[in-house]
Design a protein around this ligand. Structure first.
Ligand code: PMP
Length: 343
């Protein structure tokens, strides 16, 4: 059985967290003379440090208990907190399956943590044999699995992922930023089964709130406790909490948009497959398409000249571009532009 206290950094185990004024008094009415705020105005008070109302709404939305939820200033804050909680700078390491979301590596560098990169196999799946040799390394503390993966757009094989979780004595972080567009179920069903699992989701994709910076971590109450211990006291603004709450109050908007985006994704994929300069459109479980073209740099630049911005992924997968599914008229513009580019 994995003992989480043995994975957490010594200094985090010992640290006394910042105790903010709002930790000591929970009520919402009263005479507040404890936090050196300005008594006038509407945004004059510090936000709820534990986002209780929003967490209750997320709990209802995803069917997960409040004690299993941590909210961050985007998933990017959660990624950074994982390094700060579990990895000693200059000593510990993290493992990623490449190509994948770039922030795991950036956060690792910021925290002076070494990264072990295992290339995904030809089907963009985890190479279990190559990975297994690293699982017993006592300095390997974190494994990041992005499913569906950015930029390859596919989901990871569930039995491979569960095998790794069961064999690893460190923490497995599964990044489900794109889960709402996937045909695969979420890994949250494994939360009760394994003590070393963190599942990240976000308001930035299907919920359409990238500007609000709201990331979610689902985990055990023990791991959530460490997130709360290390986070800045007021890590999510009141404005963002209110905006996210409002969004969850209209689940039908989210459902309709996800359906629309998935329909457009499949229509766009069909159209792209017929364009001469496009060699392959990879099957997608997310809200973007990975496309292999004849010459990614030229196509990327030609699209920029036409005021269309896609992501050139040539540096990580040869001659590939990543296209986020837009509104129907935006997708049509992209299709016409690609047809007009002679490569
Ligand atoms: N995870 C993945 C896989 C992503 O692609 C992104 C953003 N592109 C994020 C996390 C960042 O999410 P957030 O906006 O919640 O920080």
């Amino acid at each position: 059985m994995v003992d989480i206290n043995k994975i957490v950094r010594e200094n985090v185990l010992r640290l006394t967290p910042y105790s903010c004024a709002r930790d000591e008094f929970q009520g919402s009415t009263g005479v507040f003379m404890d936090a050196n705020e300005n008594p006038y105005g509407s945004l004059n008070r510090y936000p709820d440090p534990y986002q209780k109302e929003l967490k209750a709404a997320v709990a209802r939305f995803r069917g997960i208990a409040v004690e299993n939820i941590f909210l961050g200033n985007g998933s990017d804050e959660i990624i950074d907190l994982c390094f700060r909680i579990f990895c000693s700078p200059g000593i510990d390491s993290a493992l990623t399956f490449t190509p994948t979301y770039g922030m795991y590596e950036v956060s690792a560098s910021v925290n002076d943590v070494k990264v072990i990169r295992i290339p995904l196999n030809g089907n963009f799946q985890i190479d279990i044999t190559q990975t297994e040799q690293f699982l017993s390394d006592k300095n390997l503390k974190l494994i990041f699995i992005c499913s569906p993966n950015n930029p390859t757009s596919n989901s990871m094989n569930h039995s491979d992922v569960e095998y790794l979780i069961s064999k690893f004595n460190g923490i497995i972080v599964i990044d489900e930023a794109y889960i709402d567009f996937s045909e695969q179920p979420s890994f949250v069903k494994l939360l009760g089964k394994y003590p070393n699992l963190i599942i990240m989701q976000t308001f930035s994709k299907a919920l359409g709130m990238a500007a609000a910076r709201v990331g979610i971590a689902f985990s055990t109450p023990e791991i959530i406790h460490y997130f709360n211990k290390v986070k800045p006291p007021y890590n999510m603004s009141t404005i963002n909490q209110i905006a996210a709450l409002k969004k969850l109050g209209k689940p039908e908007v989210y459902r309709t948009q996800v359906l629309k985006i998935k329909t457009e994704r499949d229509r766009l994929a069909g159209k792209l497959k017929k364009i001469k300069s496009i060699e392959k459109v990879f099957s997608s479980d997310s809200n973007f398409l990975l496309v292999r073209v004849k010459d990614a740099n030229s196509i990327y630049n030609a699209l920029i000249d036409r005021n269309i911005v896609v992501r050139n992924r040539n540096s990580v997968i040869e001659n590939c571009i990543r296209i986020t599914v837009g509104k129907p008229n935006e997708n049509n513009k992209l299709i016409s532009a690609l047809k007009s580019i002679a490569i």
